[in-house]
Structures are given as structure tokens and as C-alpha cells.
Design a protein around this ligand. Structure first.
Ligand code: GDP
Ligand code: IMO
Ligand code: MG
Length: 424
């Protein structure tokens, strides 16, 4: 039975949550591998909207085991709140003992470090993601397993609070954090979570050997990947196929399907270069019709046309075996739609994404222009989805993407709900 990775191919918010929830119907396990509650995945089930930040989208199905893997960073308050909000209407959850904890000082440092960047802020979600991954790499991190070993926990918190207070002072934020208070709080997190803590890599291996279908749910997107995104305007984890394998603790060779989730146009939250960013009526139309406001921070998302130069890099790093194209309904009714196929730069035309921020900022998209497809009422769309009979202009748009990418389109999403989906 295959393992499928579901990956955001752009700057995040491609609709990974919807696609994961949809595919979870057949799966026994859904695992998150990276990121933390910087993610915001919206899933609509029976007219009820769920905004999940930390819990895998499989949690909404009672027969699915959800895992939070070693590569995730966990804010225990957020996790406990999400669990509380779902009540008993959820599947089982296990959390890796190796995952790192976002501590109160990480959130303060996130804000302080952002302020120190002056005009060059990353525009982080302010959830403490970067400082937590930073401590992990520096080997100061506190892991989920530490929460249930009080002596180790106490020593680590004392050392980290002293360090963090010094750093906060450097940033002229005079937050005198008390280690005793934080330790007492962290012990409570351990108490509340202890029955869910385990070796999720081993659990996954056993589920694989039993022949179960498994989904790895990506968070963020390839172009805010720490290595391949528009560094330093990135997040601090690797939302790629390799990152997902590592962050859930399985061999990369186990992953048989890689679904690249592609939004029919582009959005970006936070700072960083965006060739072809639209600042006109079209952008306004897309933002309003697509409800392009951040799930986590509520910030308006920056909008633009689909960019295949970006997607080609995503394909190179992630090896998509199929694509899930989402939000095609949002573009319906536009006279024409565009797709970027190359960039014009001061050094001439290029078809590969540069690494340098400076060079990306000097890229002007070269577009192919397509005839738009007509909008339809809810009933007409329903019929078109049920019969898989889409307007020919939309088929032309999809064919162009598929041919350019050399990848088949396996899922077409035409609305936020489960039944607004075509499988091919
Ligand atoms: P994620 O972070 O990749 O899971 O994406 P988000 O949940 O942050 O943003 C995607 C938004 O689009 C959510 O509000 C979804 O409910 C919604 N959505 C997903 N697929 C579609 C679609 O095909 N059409 C429309 N109109 N909305 C969609
Ligand atoms: P999902 O999973 C869109 C962006 C932030 C910021 C940058 C760094 O919903 O697709 P961070 O807090 O991670 O240090 O912020 O990354 N960012 C996202 N943008 N969707 C996300 O997640 C994001 N997670 C982080 O806006 O620009
Ligand atoms: Mg999102």
C-alpha cells in the first residue's frame, strides 16, 4: 500500500488541508512532518469550517490515526486548545518524543528578532517558529520527551531562560522571564500530553509493514523552504518530499506518490520577492473571491498569476508524481487568465528560478495568455463536477500546466468542500 506525500508547491496556502482531508478517506494514518502552528489548514466538513494549525487534517476522521512527527515544532498551549475545541469528535493522536517544544521565550524572541531587522522583516507569523528551530540546530532545544522527565526539563529550562533573557536584553526587550514559572507550566503540559507521547517513527514503520495507506501532510510550501525558498524570506523548515520523510521518520524510498498541490494562481503572506505581484483590480477580485486572507494571522495575501518557473523548481526538488490543482473556481468568469512561463531579466530571458533575492527582484514574468472560462452557478458547477465535464477553456489551461510540468493532474478542486473535487 502506498505512502503519499502532499506538498505545497508555491508559498503556502495552496489547499493542502482540503486535499489531505479528501485523500484521508482511504488512509489509516496522516502524519505532519514539519512546521508548527505557523500553518493554517482550512477544512470544511458538513458545512462546518475547521481551521487546524498543528493537528494533522486527518484528525477530523475518527478512524484515522494522526501523528505529529519529529520534525514539527509544538506549542503545547495551541495543541491542547485545538484538541479541546474538537472534543471527542476526532481520531487518535500520537506525538513524537523527538519533536521540539516552542517555549514562551521563542515567541518573544521571534518578535524581537523581527523588530531588529528594521525594514527587512521576514513577516513571520510571530509564533516562535524560527527561534525554536534555531535552538534545535544549536542543540539547546527542549523536546516533547523532556516534558515527562522533570529533572532534565528543569535544568534545560533554567539554562535556556538565562540565555533567552540575555538575548532579549540585547534586543532591548526587558522581559525578565522566570524559569520556575515556565517549569511549572511545562510540567503541566507533560501531564496533559503524556499518554500521546511516543516513537511515531516506529508506529509509522509498523503501519507501513501492515500494508496501510498513509498520508504525509505537508505544511507551508516549497518556495518558503529554508533551502530552496526565497531565503531569507522563508520559514525555518523543509516542506519538501525529503523534509517530509525525515520529519516523520521514514525512509524516503517508502514514499510512492508525491502530490504537488498547486493553487490556480499565486498568493504569498509576509515579505519577500514576488515577480509579477498584482496590485490592481484583478488582484482585488482574486483576493475577495478566493478569500485570500491568512488563516493564521488574518493578513491579506499578496496575489499574482500562476508561475510555472517556480513550479519547475518545486518539481525538481520534490519529484511530484501528480498535481492537485485547486481554486480554479476563483478564476472563473475572468476574460483572460495568464501563466508565467519565463522571466525577463537585465541579463536576458531565463527559465530557471534564481537563488539570489536580488536577481528574483529583477525578474519580470513573461506570460502565456489564455481565454478565461465562464462562471456558473452552484448547481451548474455541481453537475460539471459530477460528470467531469469542465469548460473547454479550463481544460486548455490544465493541459498547458500538465504538459509544461510533464506531470499528470490527478485532482481538480473547484470549491472548498469535499464534494467539490474531481479525481482523474
Ligand atoms: P493550506 O494551508 O494549504 O491548507 O491552505 P489554506 O487552508 O490556508 O488556504 C486555502 C483556502 O482555500 C481555504 O480557505 C480552503 O477552504 C479554500 N479552498 C481549498 N480548495 C479550494 C477550492 O478549490 N476552491 C475554493 N474556492 N476554495 C478552496
Ligand atoms: P500553510 O501550512 C503561508 C510564512 C510567513 C512568513 C514566513 C516565515 O498554511 O501553507 P514563520 O512564522 O514560519 O517563521 O514565517 O513564512 N508562512 C506561511 N505562509 N502559509 C503557511 O503555512 C505559512 N507558514 C509560514 O507568513 O512570510
Ligand atoms: Mg494555510
Amino acid at each position: 500500500m502506498p505512502i503519499t506525500a502532499i506538498i505545497g508547491s508555491q508559498w503556502g496556502d495552496e489547499g493542502k488541508g482540503k486535499i489531505t482531508d479528501y485523500l484521508a478517506e482511504r488512509a489509516k494514518v496522516v502524519s505532519r512532518s514539519q512546521g508548527g502552528n505557523n500553518a493554517g489548514h482550512t477544512v470544511i466538513v458538513d458545512d462546518k469550517t475547521y481551521k487546524l494549525h498543528l493537528l494533522p487534517s486527518g484528525i477530523l476522521r475518527s478512524d484515522v490515526l494522526s501523528l505529529i512527527g519529529n520534525g514539527v515544532v509544538i506549542d503545547p498551549e495551541v495543541l491542547l486548545n485545538e484538541l479541546k475545541q474538537l472534543g471527542t469528535k476526532r481520531g487518535e493522536l500520537m506525538i513524537s518524543e523527538r519533536a521540539h517544544i516552542i517555549m514562551p521565550y521563542h515567541k518573544l524572541l521571534d518578535g524581537a528578532e523581527e523588530s531588529s531587522r528594521g525594514t527587512a522583516t521576514v513577516g513571520t507569523t510571530g509564533r516562535g517558529i524560527g527561534p525554536c528551530y534555531g535552538d534545535k540546530v544549536l542543540r539547546f532545544g527542549i523536546r516533547v520527551g523532556d516534558l515527562i522527565e522533570p529533572q532534565i526539563l528543569k535544568e534545560k529550562i533554567e539554562a535556556n531562560v538565562e540565555r533567552s533573557n540575555a538575548m532579549l536584553k540585547y534586543y532591548t526587550k526587558n522581559a525578565e522571564l522566570e524559569s520556575e514559572e515556565i517549569f511549572e507550566e511545562a510540567k503541566k503540559w507533560g501531564e496533559a500530553l503524556k499518554d500521546m507521547i511516543g516513537d511515531t517513527s516506529l508506529i509509522l514503520k509498523n503501519k507501513i509493514d501492515e500494508g496501510n495507506e498513509i498520508l504525509l501532510e505537508g505544511a507551508q510550501g516549497v518556495h518558503i523552504d529554508l533551502d530552496y525558498g526565497t531565503y531569507p524570506y522563508t520559514t525555518s523548515s523543509n516542506p519538501t518530499t525529503a523534509g517530509l520523510a525525515l520529519g516523520s521518520g521514514i525512509s524516503p524510498l517508502e514514499i510512492k506518490n508525491v502530490v504537488g498541490v498547486v493553487k490556480a494562481y499565486l498568493t504569498r503572506v509576509g515579505s519577500g520577492p514576488f515577480p509579477g505581484e498584482l496590485d490592481n483590480e484583478e488582484a482585488e477580485m482574486i483576493r475577495e473571491k478566493g478569500n485570500e486572507y491568512g488563516t493564521t494571522t488574518g493578513r491579506p495575501r499578496r496575489c499574482g498569476w500562476l508561475d510555472l518557473v517556480m513550479l519547475k523548481l518545486s518539481q525538481r526538488i520534490c519529484g511530484f508524481t501528480s498535481l492537485a490543482v485547486t481554486k480554479l473556481d476563483v478564476l472563473a468568469g475572468m476574460e483572460e487568465v495568464k501563466i508565467c512561463v519565463a522571466y525577463e531579466t537585465p541579463d536576458g530571458r531565463i527559465e530557471e528560478m534564481p537563488a539570489s533575492i536580488n536577481r528574483i527582484e529583477n525578474c519580470t514574468p513573461i506570460y502565456e495568455v489564455f481565454e478565461g472560462w465562464p462562471d456558473m452557478n452552484k448547481e451548474e458547477w455541481k453537475e460539471a463536477i459530477e460528470n467531469d465535464s469542465l469548460p473547454e477553456q479550463l481544460e486548455t489551461y490544465l493541459k498547458f500546466i500538465s504538459e509544461y510540468m510533464g506531470t499528470r493532474i490527478g485532482i481538480i478542486s473547484l470549491g472548498p468542500e469535499r464534494n467539490e473535487t474531481i479525481i482523474r
